[in-house]
Design a protein around this ligand. Sequence first.
Ligand SMILES: Cc1cc2nc3c(=O)[nH]c(=O)nc-3n(C[C@H](O)[C@H](O)[C@H](O)COP(=O)(O)OP(=O)(O)OC[C@H]3O[C@@H](n4cnc5c(N)ncnc54)[C@H](O)[C@@H]3O)c2cc1C
Length: 337
Amino acid sequence: MPKRLIVIGGGFAGSKIAKKLQNSFHVTLIDRKNYFEFTPGILKSIVYPNKVDNIQILHKNYLRNSNVIVESVKKINDSEVILENNKKLEYDLLVIASGSRYNKPIKDMLAVSSVRKEEISKYHEKLKDSGSVLIVGGGIVGVEIAAEIVSRYRKKIVLVHSYSRLIRRNSREASRYARKFLERKGVKLMLGERFVSEKEGYFMTDRGNSLKSDMIILCTGITPNSEFVDSKFLDDKGFVSVDENLKVRDNWFCCGDTAAIDEEKTAQGAEKQADTVIYNILNHEKMRKYAPQKRPVVISLGKYSGILEYKGLVITGMIPRIMKSIIELKTMISKKL
Ligand SMILES: Cc1cc2nc3c(=O)[nH]c(=O)nc-3n(C[C@H](O)[C@H](O)[C@H](O)COP(=O)(O)OP(=O)(O)OC[C@H]3O[C@@H](n4cnc5c(N)ncnc54)[C@H](O)[C@@H]3O)c2cc1C
């Protein structure tokens, strides 16, 4: 009798693990949503909503030999997963791959893909009708969405960022390129300034500036989805603590955005960690360690430009832009195969 494996979360990490192990274990994937979404493609979809079909795939369409449950996990204990509807599921092995949340509509917990499409579409209409847009946060997400918008529409865009340089976790060269790109396209940058509150349509910053804008897009940090995990397994920021084999305890593994691993939270990282979890589940007598790494970063800047950064090398222009599309295509095809 194959062991019962429950995977919580059908993002980059969880979907890979469930798909890979579905013929060796009795796999159940539990996700709040009924679909996998290629998150890096969502910013483009806000500007080109028809694109959303290309970045989603229903779990049931690639997990043909697994049990898929669309529900939220409320609690886990030694032997059971308790769902929001109070149903209990027993397991032998558990993988926590519940990822992280982000501001709506960039990431959403909506259960059904058609509702998600409608939400993106409405958001797009709002964007189209807005004369001015305020973007809060100048990390990769803030920079990419600003670039997408200015590449398609003529709008007044202000980007407020609390640090003195954009994409500050990247090199200075990459930051400079992003800054020049946005300034050339007419984006007003307010660097070293923090958005603090909104009052009657005016957005206030900590330097006492007030901005009027038709729309605000919040592009600030991630929060781990770990509420269902007992706090003794969490670090002080709510990430799930793991050992070097990505184990939390005897029969629990954790990987992806929700795991306390000292590495940039990326889709590529989540997939690499998933590979380690798959290996360690299959080779539990001789597990391998996960080694956090600096991975290539690909940032797209609208339709025709981008930044690729890897080990100190920075390439800008069309090549990184094409690479980003290829990564998306490759990921979606690999899910379907
Ligand atoms: C706008 C944006 C752009 C990005 N661009 C890039 C990029 O270009 N390159 C890159 O490498 N990375 C990028 N990232 C980061 C990347 O998307 C994440 O690192 C990746 O999604 C993490 O994968 P994951 O499997 O850990 O979790 P997620 O993709 O977050 O998936 C977690 C899943 O768990 C489910 N879930 C959560 N809580 C529960 C619960 N209680 N019960 C049941 N199910 C639950 C969720 O519904 C979700 O399906 C980007 C992120 C954002 C927000």
